[in-house]
Design a protein around this ligand. Structure first.
Ligand SMILES: *[C@@H]1O[C@H](CO)[C@@H](O)[C@H](O)[C@H]1NC(C)=O
Ligand SMILES: *[C@@H]1O[C@H](CO)[C@@H](O)[C@H](O)[C@H]1NC(C)=O
Ligand SMILES: *[C@@H]1O[C@H](CO)[C@@H](O)[C@H](O)[C@H]1NC(C)=O
Ligand SMILES: *[C@@H]1O[C@H](CO)[C@@H](O)[C@H](O)[C@H]1NC(C)=O
Ligand SMILES: *[C@@H]1O[C@H](CO)[C@@H](O)[C@H](O)[C@H]1NC(C)=O
Length: 216
């Protein structure tokens, strides 16, 4: 990643306005590390594993011991909540993306409509048992899952560097907008808890507990 947009927030706002004129469905963009390419137009985000984008040579330098991820989640929102998965594939062209970085979590937006704002996870770890060296390549895969189960994909290609040598986050993008909330997601087999949840099949499997701002 050699260049940075001078005003990613402004660019994001303009894109978000454009997105308002499209059909309603959940979409997102990865701000940092730089995504493989724009999957919003043409609409490719439904394609596993990387929204229809092949591996690029536009690699962001990312710390060898884990780093930051910044996302704009509210394009064409379509629904006010979504689940998120963050995985990694190792190598220049990863054979798979099955290495979990961040277990599933949920975000809440202000409404079903497209909404502004971004969120940033400043300190993602590497997947468990990762064995990488400075100069190795990898790919971050981010998946957004709608309440009805449809999934959207984006990827970002990275090269590991010593901490301190990483490409900088676009200014102002490693923060959480007040429009976005976070929920924990977990499953339970407890009958007593099952009785407490809203009687929908889905919530029996995934009980989502709103705890406002929680620590990932
Ligand atoms: C590479 O990434 C940078 C940083 O996001 C971006 O400004 C640039 O447009 C990208 N280049 C290509 C060819 O995608
Ligand atoms: C990482 O990817 C770049 C192309 O983006 C390639 O030139 C380089 O050789 C790769 N590094 C390794 C260790 O495979
Ligand atoms: C996934 O890719 C890794 C290399 O990153 C490889 O060691 C592993 O065997 C692959 N797993 C599957 C199920 O393909
Ligand atoms: C990590 O390695 C340990 C020891 O080999 C193994 O028991 C464990 O299942 C591994 N964890 C993952 C997520 O692969
Ligand atoms: C954003 O919120 C998540 C969830 O609470 C938290 O892990 C993360 O550190 C926050 N990001 C920033 C930049 O504070």
């Amino acid at each position: 990643m050699s260049r940075q947009s001078s005003s990613p927030a402004l660019a994001a706002t303009v894109l978000l306005l454009l997105a308002c004129f499209q059909t309603v469905s959940a979409h997102f963009s990865i701000v940092y590390p730089a995504w493989r390419g724009n999957t919003l137009l043409p609409d490719k985000q439904w394609d596993y594993p990387c929204g229809g984008q092949r591996v690029t040579t536009n690699r962001t330098k990312w710390p060898i011991d884990g780093g930051a991820l910044s996302i704009i989640p509210g394009w064409n929102a379509g629904h006010p909540t979504s689940f998120w998965y963050i995985n990694m594939g190792f190598g220049t062209t990863p054979p798979n993306m099955t290495n979990i970085i961040q277990p599933v979590f949920q975000i809440t937006g202000p409404s079903k409509d497209p909404f502004p704002g971004h969120f940033c996870l400043p300190d993602l770890p590497l997947p468990k048992n990762a064995s990488v060296q400075v100069g190795d390549n990898a790919t971050l895969q981010v998946i957004q899952v709608a309440l009805h189960g449809a999934s959207l994909y984006n990827c970002a290609d990275i090269t590991f560097v010593e901490r301190g040598q990483e490409d900088p986050m676009p200014e102002g993008m490693c923060s959480n907008s007040s429009t976005i909330g976070f929920n924990l997601v977990y499953s339970t087999t407890s009958d007593s808890l099952r009785a407490m949840v809203v009687p929908s099949l889905f919530t029996i499997f995934a009980l989502v507990v709103a705890v406002g701002n929680w620590v990932l």
